[in-house]
Design a protein around this ligand. Structure first.
Ligand code: DC
Length: 234
C-alpha cells in the first residue's frame, strides 16, 4: 500500500469483474465521486465510430478534442458527462466494448484520456476504475486494488446482468468475447492491464459484491480511512 499521496482509490481489473458496481458502492460509502474510465473510452468509441483506431494523429486529436468529460454529483449519484450531457446506457454493449478496447490500444487516445482523468482527480477525491489506474494514471494513489476472476465467472455474471435487463445472450459467446477483450487489454504495448506492485489483489471468483466491497472498505479503513480524503473540505 503506497504512502503519501493523491486522495484517489484505484480499482483495476479485467472486463466483467464488477469494477463499475464496486466503484459506485465504494464512492457512496466514502461520500466521494467515482470515475468510470471505461465509459470515457466507450463514449469516444461510440462517437468516433468503427475504424477510429486507424485514423492519423491529426484527425484523432481533433476528434478527441471535441469531446470534453466532466463529473456531476457524488456517491452512487455520480454521472459522467461528455460535453455536459450525461453518458447514456447505449455505450454498454459488448460491441462498443470491443471498439473501446481497440481505441484503448492507440497511444494518443490513452495520452489524451489520461490527462482528462488526472484533471478530474485534481478537482476532487475519487474512486477511479479502469485498467491502468494504479499503474500509469495515478501511480501515487492512496489506495490501489486489483480485482480478478476467471473469464468463465465473469461471463456468467455478465449473462445474469443482461438477463436482468431483459436482454438475451449466449454464455459461450460472452466467454469468448471476454477472453478476446482480456487478450487485447493485457497484451497491448502501452498501459497493459496488470496489477500495480503496490496494489491489493482481490480474487472475486467466490465472492459476491457485498463480500468484495467489505474487503475494499475494510482495507481503506485500516489504512487511515477518510483521513486520506481530507482535501474534500467538508
Ligand atoms: O471497463 P470497460 O469494459 O467499460 O472498458 C471498455 C474498454 O475500454 C476496455 O476493454 C479497454 C478500454 N479501457 C482502457 O483501455 N483503459 C481504461 N482505463 C478503461 C477502459
Amino acid at each position: 500500500m503506497t504512502v503519501a499521496c493523491l486522495p484517489v482509490v484505484t480499482l483495476d481489473g479485467p472486463a466483467g469483474v464488477g469494477k463499475t458496481t464496486l466503484a459506485r458502492r465504494m464512492a457512496e460509502s466514502l461520500g466521494i465521486a467515482y470515475l468510470d474510465t471505461g465509459a470515457m473510452f466507450r463514449c469516444l468509441a461510440l462517437k468516433l465510430g468503427a475504424g477510429a483506431d486507424t485514423w492519423d494523429e491529426e484527425r484523432l486529436r481533433t476528434a478527441c478534442a471535441a469531446h470534453a468529460f466532466s463529473l456531476e454529483g457524488r456517491g452512487a449519484g455520480t454521472r459522467i458527462c461528455c460535453n455536459d450531457v450525461p453518458v447514456r446506457g447505449e455505450i454498454r454493449t459488448e460491441e462498443v466494448g470491443m471498439l473501446a478496447a481497440k481505441l484503448g490500444q492507440v497511444p494518443l487516445v490513452r495520452e489524451i484520456l489520461c490527462e482528462a482523468q488526472r484533471g478530474l482527480a485534481a478537482r476532487q477525491p475519487l474512486v477511479v476504475e479502469g485498467r491502468d489506474m494504479g499503474t500509469v494514471v495515478f501511480p501515487t494513489a492512496r489506495f490501489k486494488f486489483f480485482l480478478d476472476a476467471s473469464p468463465e465467472v465473469r461471463a456468467l455474471r455478465r449473462l445474469r446482468d443482461l438477463e436482468a435487463r431483459g436482454q438475451a445472450a449466449d454464455l459461450t459467446e460472452l466467454t469468448e468475447q471476454i477472453r478476446k477483450r482480456d487478450a487485447m487489454d493485457r497484451n497491448r504495448p502501452i498501459a497493459p492491464l496488470r496489477a500495480a506492485p503496490d496494489a491489493v489483489t482481490v480474487d472475486t471468483s467466490h465472492l459476491d459484491i457485498e463480500g468484495v466491497l467489505g474487503i475494499l472498505l475494510h482495507t481503506v479503513s485500516v489504512h487511515g480511512g477518510m483521513a486520506a480524503f481530507s482535501r474534500r473540505g467538508d
